[in-house]
Ligand binder design. Structure first.
Ligand SMILES: [Zn+2]
Length: 158
């Protein structure tokens, strides 16, 4: 009997510990209604972030922006990308070879007759862009192709 109690105790402790670790790793969900987002965002931000729109390709915006800092989600302010992950891809959109761990989720996107992987903010599910396998081979090989409208830059020292 004592043995069973001991085993149960170990199992419960382990379970509550693993739940705790899970929670600290998970990004807090930001749940707003579409009506609230419409009030909060500019029409272009609403189009790109909430309706999965795409900025016109351009070297403006954050495409050729290489200051040190962090790029946050323009909708919910979650930190998504560090400037040391940013690279010049000449594709017309800001490009990163990695995201901050756990902040970006990946969704299969079969729109426009192609199979692509959409990237969304892990907190508020807003559309960020797509991920491709033609990134720098010397790092991750990935290219996170992000809309300038989906992110905002916060100056820092990284
Ligand atoms: Zn967000």
């Amino acid at each position: 009997m004592k043995k069973i109690v001991a085993i149960l105790l170990i199992l419960t402790t382990f379970y509550s510990y693993s739940q705790k670790t899970k929670n600290t790793e998970m990004v807090k969900k930001n749940t707003k209604t579409e009506e609230e987002w419409k009030q909060l965002l500019t029409p272009q931000q609403y189009f790109v972030l909430r309706q999965k729109g795409t900025d016109a390709p351009s070297e403006d915006g954050y495409t050729s922006h290489f200051k040190k800092g962090t790029y946050h989600c323009a909708a919910c302010d979650l930190q998504l990308f560090e400037s040391n992950s940013k690279f010049e891809s000449h594709c017309g959109w800001p490009s990163f070879d990695d995201a901050i761990k756990g902040t970006v989720n990946y969704v299969i996107d079969k729109s426009v007759g192609m199979i692509r992987t959409e990237i969304i903010c892990a907190s508020c599910d807003s559309h960020l862009g797509h991920i491709f396998d033609d990134g720098p081979k010397e790092t991750t090989g990935k290219r996170y192709c992000v809309n300038t409208t989906s992110i905002k830059f916060v100056i820092g020292n990284k």
